[in-house]
Design a protein around this ligand. Sequence first.
Ligand code: NAP
Length: 271
Amino acid sequence: MAKSFAVIGDPIDHSLSPNIHSAAFREMDLDSSYIAYRIPKGELDAGIAGLKKIKIDGFNITIPHKIEMMKYLDKADESCSLIGAVNTVSNEKGILMGYNTDMDGFLEPFKKRELDVADSKVLLLGAGGAARAIVAGFAKEKAKSITVANRTLDNADNLSGFARSIGLDAHAAKLGDADVRNYDIIVNATSVGLGNEQSVISLDGITGETIIYDIVYMPMNTDFVKKAKEKNAVVIYGYEMLLGQAVRAFEIWHGMKAPYNAMKKALLGGF
Ligand code: NAP
């Protein structure tokens, strides 16, 4: 039977998810479709009722609904409950089951490169929704310590409190106060870079061993990534996390291995 999927959020016009999933359906010869569905803030209730009515098989959730969507779930997997946000839902005969594939999507590029996260010292820039999934990922992989540096110190304090509650040695700092030389992995999880802005910190002092990960995926070469390349650091791109979370969502919905290369090609074609 034909299956239907969607991504909900606002803004949603520029979402790359329909391209990525449609390419996977073509590659695997699946009779499925995937659309972008704009649901403005405050209209989630009606939006979810509509999706249930058409018996949608599954959907992704993006800004601004990842947290509010939690209350519409009938069940939630461990990562979803831990993070308190959901980005993937499957609909089994009207029962909505939530997952958070951002966490595994974030970790995927480390695994692909065989980079060990355990015992590493992490500097995380940003303390929003994505940063929370990233903290859960570092706890899962047993990082040695994490410093959450953010523009608003209160938000960094909150997130480092969450990190401690799940077993990480965590500290909060103001952006710019952290010394980049003290870290093995530096992640940009702020939204800075989307508009081609300058990186939120200087990367002077990092080495060729430092892992620099920008989760902003558009443009691919943000100023943060460019600065990392100047230092010959190990670079992980935001599109890799986007791809990782889409691959996991595909596997949840279809119960089969995702066609990684076809999905990657479709994603990179969107740039
Ligand atoms: P969010 O919850 O709105 O958090 C935004 C973060 O950026 C906050 O820490 C905020 O600091 C900081 N920030 C915003 N403007 C800033 C500025 N001018 N200077 C310094 N810091 C600033 O957003 P999110 O959902 O976490 O997403 C963050 C970014 O990650 C977005 O660009 C999103 O597209 C990207 N993302 C990528 C993937 C992927 O798969 N690659 C997945 C999820 C998200 P304050 O606390 O001070 O406001």
